[in-house]
Design a protein around this ligand. Structure first.
Ligand SMILES: Nc1ncnc2c1ncn2[C@@H]1O[C@H](COP(=O)(O)OP(=O)(O)OP(=O)(O)O)[C@@H](O)[C@H]1O
Length: 406
């Protein structure tokens, strides 16, 4: 800032009693001239000061406006992926750019990996955001690392091989697909009776590829989140982009993608909109990077064929009920942690139950364990299994054997 100019000296009147009238008049005239000169100088200084004040006021206005814009300017949303000693690894939503940034101790203290934060242009964290409590969070089950492994799945060796080829390889060896010049399958559709391990397969592939598992149930979209289906489908893909690599699992896809002629809700414009949104997300999928989509249905016959076109669910994998060998393996898996008596013959048990699913076998094992607990025993015997089978058979007779949709 420029310094204020120094004030002119006050003029002095040189007059004394010995002066004659002419001399006094001359001195007074001289003094008057000096006073006028000083007055003019002061006047000029005042004008300059006023001009300077106007300039400063204009600067202040400008700074105030800039300050206001800075205060109100939008912040970007990002996810704190990792809190390291070197700083916080952020992934910005939308473009997925990853950066390493710093945060104040106050912010860092209340931040966990996976939290959403608001960042400015230079990626400094301005605030942390509350976990989403909206329908998006309710409608989707997100699991950073599901614990299911291929080893936990019995009797589906061929299906595991196909899922690995269609989902796992494109995720972990994306470059090879580019080198060879083939498009990996966009989506994989698992179809088969309830409780046969479709969800397990999707979880296992997410686990084995260290991908985030994001599940959405088609039936909930149309029953629970009425009017929000299309938006939730869009959010689902956005969420996956924020958590790459990710496996999107859409369970009961038939609820949003039933053939128009057969669907009870065929007239429902909302269901149609949800399905159109899904198709458009899948069609614009190529540039989505490390996201794979797995869907499941036990009503394959009902599916709108538009869903099965190339570039959409173009890999169909049937997940049937297990054969005797598969049943034995599933019995082994679900009794791994159980204290079995020597008389338990899992192969014989597997042979004696036909038409059961993996979920049924798990229920038999749990029920057999309950019989032992009820009788205060620590070992589970063959008889416990037989009684468990009889009990579950009678229960399924009570509710009626499920109609064979399939
Ligand atoms: N092949 C299998 N091997 C081991 N356990 C199985 C198998 N299939 C099903 N289970 C058991 O049944 C449970 C339910 O299976 P899962 O949810 O994967 O079936 P699903 O095919 O997705 O069923 P739905 O069509 O009803 O959603 C699993 O958590 C697991 O305990």
């Amino acid at each position: 800032m420029s310094r204020s100019p120094s004030l002119p000296d006050s003029p002095k009147l040189d007059i004394d009693a010995e002066m004659g009238p002419d001399e006094r008049l001359a001195a007074l005239t001289e003094h008057f001239r000096d006073v006028r000169r000083v007055h003019e100088e002061l006047h000029d200084q005042l004008d300059a000061a006023r001009a300077r004040r106007d300039e400063i006021e204009a600067d202040v206005d400008q700074l105030e406006r800039e300050n206001e814009t800075l205060k109100t300017s939008s912040l970007y949303i990002a996810t704190a992926e990792e809190l390291t000693d070197d700083g916080i690894v952020l992934k910005q939503h939308g473009n997925n750019q990853e950066v390493l940034t710093e945060a104040s101790d106050a912010i860092r203290d209340r931040l966990d990996a996976g939290d959403r934060v608001a960042v400015n242009d230079s990626f400094s964290i301005k605030s942390t955001l509350d976990p989403e409590t909206d329908s998006r969070a309710q409608a989707m089950e997100v699991s950073e690392s599901p614990t299911v492994t291929y080893d936990d799945i019995g009797g589906l060796a061929e299906q595991i091989r196909e899922v690995r080829e269609a989902v796992e390889q494109p995720l972990i060896e994306a470059d090879r697909f580019v080198e060879v010049g083939v498009e990996p399958p966009s989506g994989v559709l698992l179809h088969g009776p309830p409780g046969t391990g479709k969800t397990m397969l999707a979880k296992a592939v997410a686990n084995e590829t260290d991908a985030t598992f994001i599940k959405m149930a088609g039936s909930e979209l149309v029953q629970k989140f009425i009017g929000e289906g299309a938006r939730l489908v869009r959010d689902l893909f956005e969420l996956a982009a924020e958590h790459e690599p990710a496996v999107i699992f859409i369970d009961e896809i038939d609820a949003i993608a039933a053939k128009r002629t057969e669907s009870k809700t065929s007239g429902d414009a909302e269901v149609q909109r949800t399905m159109m949104q899904l198709l458009s997300e899948m069609d614009g999928f190529e540039d989505r990077g490390e996201i794979r989509i797995v869907a499941a249905t036990n009503r394959f016959d009902m599916l709108d064929r538009a869903l099965l076109r190339p570039g959409r669910f173009d890999r169909l994998i049937e997940v049937p009920k297990p054969d005797p060998e598969g049943r034995k393996r599933i019995f082994e898996i679900h009794t791994r942690e159980m204290n079995l008596a020597n008389d338990v013959d899992l192969a014989a048990l597997a042979d004696s139950v036909e038409e059961v699913s993996g979920a049924d076998i798990r229920a038999i094992c749990t029920e057999a364990g309950m019989f032992a607990i009820r009788e205060d025993r620590t070992q589970v015997t063959e008889r416990d299994f037989r009684e468990a089978i009889a009990k579950l058979e009678s229960e399924s007779d009570d509710v009626g054997t499920p109609v064979a949709f399939y």
